[in-house]
Ligand binder design. Sequence first.
Ligand code: ACO
Length: 228
Amino acid sequence: MEYKMIGLEHCDQVLEHLRRNFFADEPLNKAAGLCQNGSSCEALEDHCVEAIKDRMSLMAVDAKEEGNCKIAGVVLNGILRPKDMAKALGKLDSSYDEGFRKIFDLLYRHNLKNDLFEAFDVDRMFDVRILSVDSCYRGQGIANELVKQSVAVAKKNCFRLMKADATGIFSQKIFRSHGFEVFSEQHYAKHTDENGKMILPVESPHIKMQLLYKRICNDNQENKEQPH
Ligand code: ACO
């Protein structure tokens, strides 16, 4: 497997990979019935392209399929600044797909309530937004390697803090194994409407989302500092 930085020229291939994997498989997308395998979701695609534009995303390419440049997995990383979440939440109006709105309303509100910018006094964060591995390549350590290389990209670009909203138990395990710590979490069963009905009926074994962070210092200090 070869690991490469994603450039804007790879957008179409990356989106095609995501339509066949992440868009239908990720626990919240599945709960919201966001899209069928292979179909597109304009709002989510825009969200992905925004991350790619920050030029810190990576892909795993199957070297055996070089001619076709088969993408086995991607991690889309973006730069997050203090007002971004509030702005994005303000834009989440009825023009968006209902499923997309439900998902991002949960994520944006959770992040605004559990403010990493305030806790760590940083003015930008390395945001691990989308982690996706093709279903044919899962269980081979690809996601682990994509997260490991993302940490290296964050260090190289002098970020002090990384974050991720991990929506399922496997991604939560992966981030924790790379030194991410849980800042806050939201149980899906407690995210209900006015009638007590779950807004996103996420399937077992996934029970909660976790907002995870990783402090980047020099190698000696890494992970020892705690939020205020
Ligand atoms: N069952 C049991 N354990 C699993 C499973 C599974 N289905 N998937 C991953 N794991 C465990 C592995 O055992 C491994 O543990 P180890 O390091 O102790 O050996 C660890 O998780 C990492 O496994 P990888 O092989 O690196 O993970 P993989 O390449 O299969 O990708 C991923 C995992 C990204 C979660 C993949 O299943 C996927 O794309 N799912 C759909 C999209 C999704 O949910 N993405 C994450 C959302 S959160 C976000 O994007 C920020």
